[in-house]
Design a protein around this ligand. Structure first.
Ligand code: SF4
Ligand code: SF4
Length: 84
């Protein structure tokens, strides 16, 4: 599954998702939600992503790839995100 916004592209290997919902709990911006019909986690609100990479780092099955579509100029966990 590929989900894009103007700032980020998510590539999700849904076949490998085990349903642990770690990404849903870790995301500070509430981007990730569990989809019971698809039986996998999905980045439902990609526009809210601040590119902190917690979801990608914490998925133990390596299902998530976060690909910025912008140039990141500051640490999003320390400052309001600044993009080019
Ligand atoms: S952390 Fe990975 S395996 Fe767990 S629900 Fe999210 S995408 Fe699926
Ligand atoms: S990179 Fe950070 S803000 Fe974006 S979806 Fe993942 S955990 Fe949420």
């Amino acid at each position: 599954m590929i989900v894009t916004s103007s700032d980020v592209k998510f590539v999700v290997d849904t076949d490998r998702c085990c349903g642990c919902k770690v990404c849903v709990r870790r995301c500070i911006e509430d981007v990730w939600h569990w989809d019971p019909e698809k039986n996998c986690a999905v980045p439902k609100y990609p526009d809210e992503c601040v590119l902190c990479y917690q979801c990608e780092m914490d998925c133990k099955n390596n299902c998530i790839e976060v690909i910025p579509q912008v140039v990141i100029k500051s640490d999003p966990l320390l400052n309001k995100p600044q993009y080019e």
